[in-house]
Design a protein around this ligand. Sequence first.
Ligand code: CA
Length: 439
Amino acid sequence: MLDFTHDPQATSWVASAQADGCDFPLQNLPFGVFAARGSHETPRGGVAIGDQVLDLARLAAAQVLEPEAQVACAVAAGETLNAYMGLGQPAWRALRRALFRALHADAPAATQEALRACLVPQARAEMKLPVEVRNYTDFYTSLHHALNVGRVIRPDDPLTPNFKWLPIAYHGRASSVVPSGSNFHRPLGQARAPGAQAPAYGPCARLDFELEMGFFVGPDTVLGQRVPLADTRERIFGMCLLNDWSARDHQFWEMDPLGPFLGKNFCTSISPWVVTLEALAPYRVPFARPAADPPPLAYLDDPQERADGALDVQLEVVLQSASARRRGLPGDRIAATSFRHQYWTIGQMLAQHTVGGCNLQAGDLMGTGTVSGPTPGEAGAIVELSRGGTVPVPLPSTGEERRFLEDGDCVVLRGWCARPGAARIGFGSCRGEVLPALP
Ligand code: CA
C-alpha cells in the first residue's frame, strides 16, 4: 500500500539524502543497530538517512514524536531489533510515518533541531547484527540457480521433482551469521575428489559465495499456528542482502542425504540495514509462472500475491582481489540480476515455513536462496559462473581469473530499487573477505 512516505518528490533537510545515487533517501528509512566506531558504547537502534544514522535512543529520550511512534521508537532503540520486529505492522507504520514527517524538508524548525542532535555520521558508526538471530532458514527458490547447480551435480536430471511444487529450504546455523565487514578463514573439512575412493581432509578448494536476499520475521506465532499466504505481508518486517558462503567440495560430499552442514555453517554475511517491506512497496511486480508449469497448490496461491508478490530489487556482485585492493582498484562486477526472477515469493516461503505448524520468533532470519536470473551473467554463485570450475571467470581490471574464490578475495553484494515514478532506494552493501585457512 502506497502512501505519502513513498512520494518521490519528497526531500529531507538532511542534505546528503538527496545526493545522486544515495541508497538512503527519505523514502527508505531502513533500520539497523550501531555503536560509535571503536567505542564500548551499548549498541542501539538507528535509522539511515543520507550519510547519517538517526540515533533512536537519543530520539526516544528527546520525546518529540507523537505517542504511538514514541513507544515504537523506544522499543526500536534497543540493543537488537527483535522486540521492535515483534511489535507488528501498526507500530512499524506509525514510526515510519513519524520519522518521515520529522526528517522531511518541511518539518518545523524545532523538530529539525531536536533530530539534528540525534544524527551520527555513518562513517563514525560501527554496524552490528540488526537482530539476535535465533533461527535461520535458507531457501532454494531460484529455478535458474537450481538448474545451473543441478547440471553440475546431476547432469541427467538437474531439477528435483519437488522444486516446482514447494519452496525448498533447510534449517541453517544461526550462530555463524555475521554483519557485513566480518572476514572469515577458509574452512577445513572433508571432500572426495571425482573418481577417488576415499575423501581427503584439508582446506576448502572450491570456495564460493551465494548472492541472496534475507528477510526478517515480525511478531511471534505459536506452535501449530499457520500463517496464510494472504497474511504474510504483515508478518515480514523487511529485507537485507545475504551472502551464504559455501564450501562446494565439502558440501557436495556431505549433503546426501540430510542436506548442507559444514559446507554452509562457517560464515553467513548479512548487510546491516534492514529495508522495510513498506519501503519496498513501490517495487512490487506481478508474480508469474510459465504457462506450462504447474500452478501453486491452493495454500501457496493468492490473488494479491499473483498481482504483485514479486519484488524488483536490482542486485550485483563485485569481486575485489587482493591484487586489485593493493592497486586501489574497486574490483570487477561479475554478476548482476534482479530478485524478481525468483520462482517463489517471500510470502510463499513464509506460508510454506509455517504450514506444518512450525512457530516463528520475532527477528527470525530467512534466506531466499541464491538469486540467479535467466542469462549466464545473472548467476549468483561462482560455481555457476565458472560452470563447476571448468570456465574461468575473468577479472578484467587486474587480468586475473577465477574458477573459485582465492584467499584475499573480497566479495561485495549490492542491491537497490529504481523505477520511473518512485524514489531510488538501496540496501547499502554486504562485504566479506576470505582469509587463509588457519593451521
Ligand atoms: Ca544458500
